[in-house]
Design a protein around this ligand. Structure first.
Ligand code: URA
Length: 439
């Protein structure tokens, strides 16, 4: 099967067979298909879409392009969550230990920041000594002994996705529902999970700004996962404001540790984390209802068991033994702190969330090119939520920067991202919709 013939058929809107898709993906992995052909294929899919059967075939072929992990020796269910990405979204850091403390195993293979959104892997790299790319032996041992491990993708998992994603990134073909679906699910299937919960973000800080698009992606992810033999469900959750009151790397780790130990919890973050925990517990059969799951997750959190598991995971992956007790001793701190002050009286009625994420990137906390080094110390904390009442001169947020000039630029961006109005707005929903497999 010539790659150009497969591309032509997709270009002309025809349906590809599973064999054609497998042959093309094999060429992507081996290098027999050129970058130009991969880009042309991605563009043909971008314009003509894929049926569910084609998306399942693409997902399975990409899964099989590398190693597939096997956790059948673990004495409990194996589950994970994937978020489509947002700002101040440090849910994974709490969710993995909460679910592990309830009896499931969570081998969480996470990614780096993408565009204006933060990445779990970058956050974990803010912890000194933490090995975020361990060998498979250490990864397995950590999951077995502590119940969870948050690490980065290894070179051997879904290598076809790595090449396809890199080419999509530079050919304007990222925003395609079947390509996003196959990209996310091929990696999760290669991780050997028994169930997966998807957190599909919607709003002005998400890749999907419109509810219709987020629901289409959630449906596609759930249906294709089920078609590929992976039990999955999705929550569509709001991203019209940062989820945590912190955005950045070290500052989000600190926020997560405070959440786990009960020192401080952002309300919206707590709602989303517990809802996802309940969904994961239900998907594994460890609880029989959403209500039961919420109760178990909340009790586990309150009893300190999730904090203890997080602490053990950090140690197992090379981090400090007293990290959870003394995060301030270990997390890097930025040289400059700058308070962003409100310039009028009223209520926070809106936040341009993407601009907050871009302000963190501008501070050096994210990347503008794939090989950029990031500064884990910079970020923004004490971000006021929508609905907060402010008076002129009150703090809206605190910027952590390397220099006065970078702090001033970020502060100006944060100030213009906030809209202050005369009346208190109605609270936004955090969990908007639950998406289960049809039929
Ligand atoms: N995350 C992925 O892993 N792949 C995509 O295509 C988009 C987001």
């Amino acid at each position: 099967m010539l790659p150009q013939e497969i591309i032509r058929r997709k270009r002309d809107g025809q349906k590809l067979s599973a064999q054609e898709i497998a042959a093309f993906v094999a060429g992507v992995t081996s290098g027999n298909v050129s970058d130009g052909q991969v880009g042309a294929f991605a563009m043909a899919v971008f314009f003509n879409g894929m049926s569910r059967d084609e998306a399942v075939a693409l997902t399975l072929s990409m899964r099989d392009s590398g190693d597939v992990l096997d956790w059948s020796d673990l004495p409990g269910p194996v589950t994970d969550k994937h978020s489509t990405g947002g700002v101040g979204d440090n849910v994974s850091l709490m969710l993995a230990p909460i679910v592990a403390a309830c009896g499931a195993y969570v081998p969480m293979i996470s990614g780096r920041g993408l565009g204006h959104t933060g990445g779990t892997l970058d956050k974990m790299d803010a912890i000194p000594g933490y090995i975020s790319q361990p060998d498979v032996g250490r990864f397995r041992k950590t999951v077995l002994e502590t119940g969870c491990a948050i690490i980065g993708q290894t070179a051997d998992l879904a290598p076809a996705d790595r090449r396809l994603y890199a080419i999509r990134d530079v050919t304007g073909t990222v925003e395609s529902v079947p390509l996003i679906t196959a990209s996310i699910l091929s990696k999760k299937l290669a991780a050997g999970l028994q169930s997966l919960v998807l957190d599909v973000k919607v709003g002005n800080g998400a890749f999907m700004e419109k509810s219709r698009d987020a629901t289409a992606l959630a449906n596609s992810l759930v249906e294709v996962a089920n078609g590929a033999g992976l039990k999955a469900s999705a929550l569509v959750t709001g991203m019209n404001e940062p989820l945590a009151s912190a955005a950045g790397n070290a500052v989000e780790v600190r926020n997560a540790v405070d959440f786990l130990t009960g020192r401080f919890r952002d309300k919206r973050l707590e709602d989303v984390t517990l809802a996802l925990a309940a969904e994961m517990l239900q998907s594994t059969g460890l609880v029989s209802s959403q209500q039961d799951g919420l109760r178990r997750a909340a009790e586990t959190l309150a009893g300190g068991r999730a904090a203890a598991i997080f602490a053990r995971m950090v140690v197992a992956l090379g981090g400090p033994a007293d990290f959870v007790e003394k995060p301030e001793k270990y997390l890097p701190k930025a040289a400059v702190e700058f308070t962003v002050k409100a310039t009028e009286n009223g209520f926070v009625t809106g936040i341009a969330t993407r601009d907050i994420g871009l302000a963190v990137v501008g501070l050096g906390g994210g990347r503008t090119r794939p090989d950029d080094r990031i500064d884990h110390a910079v970020g923004i904390t004490r971000l006021l939520p929508i609905g907060a009442e402010v008076r002129s001169g009150d703090a809206l947020a605190l910027v952590h920067a390397r220099t006065d000039a970078e702090a001033a630029a970020a502060a100006a961006a944060v100030l213009s991202a906030y809209t202050i109005g005369a009346s208190k707005p109605a609270a936004d929903k955090t969990v908007i919709r639950r998406v289960l497999a049809r039929g």
